[in-house]
Design a protein around this ligand. Structure first.
Ligand code: ZN
Length: 205
């Protein structure tokens, strides 16, 4: 392409976004260039703000602004109190579960899975999950990791980490398609997986 380097650079970046082929990337680029004041300027500011201010809460894994404390009904409980924690791999999974309206309770976002190389345990918020279970008088931990080898390995590791605590541990039903990532499931499958979740450990009696 005979474009200036700024344009090439932007196009390259847009093409890295998920779900965008070269055609859509070019469409977005043109839309931006033709709306510099309405789109490029506020977008640049918003990106800078997000870059500077948004990070993951080190306790629950939710995205939060460093300008305020985590209030995602997760860490700072204001007027709500739940007795369940749903453990997911990433924020997209949390959003899918919230959209399905099947679950009311805390979320705990691990930030990934234990990879087959086994070198990610330290990066995941598993210790803080154990802390939360202790502190927040949790009755049930729902493991909602993907039906992948990594997802299931992670679920097993969490189950082991919690086995000495007085808490019921459940796992989403086996109806999940093998290899199914939570965020890609339709509401119906997700709702049935929640309703039919199975007991792994019941230490609560
Ligand atoms: Zn938090």
């Amino acid at each position: 392409m005979q474009n200036g380097s700024e344009i090439d650079q932007l196009l390259k970046l847009i093409s890295k976004l998920p779900g965008l082929g070269p055609k859509s990337a070019k469409r977005i680029l043109l839309k931006l260039i033709n709306n510099k004041d309405e789109l490029v300027k506020p977008l640049a500011k918003s990106l800078t703000d997000v870059y500077k201010n948004i990070s993951r809460c080190k306790i629950c894994g939710a995205l939060k602004s460093i300008l305020i404390e985590c209030d995602y009904e997760n860490c700072k409980i204001l007027d709500k109190k739940y007795d369940k924690i749903c453990v997911v791999e990433n924020i997209a999974d949390q959003w899918s579960i919230e959209n399905s309206n099947i679950y009311k309770g805390y979320f705990h976002i691990l930030g990934g899975t234990i990879s087959s190389a086994g070198n990610r345990k330290g990066d995941l918020l598993i210790d803080s999950l154990v802390e939360r279970v202790k502190k927040e008088k949790i009755d049930e931990v729902i493991l909602a990791t993907s039906a992948t080898i990594e997802g299931q390995t992670t679920a097993y590791y969490i189950q082991e980490s919690l086995k000495n605590y007085k808490v019921k541990i459940t796992k989403l039903a086996q109806g999940l398609p093998v290899g199914g990532e939570i965020e890609s499931l339709d509401d119906g499958t997700l709702i049935s997986a929640f309703k039919n979740r199975s007991n792994l450990i019941s230490n609560s009696d």
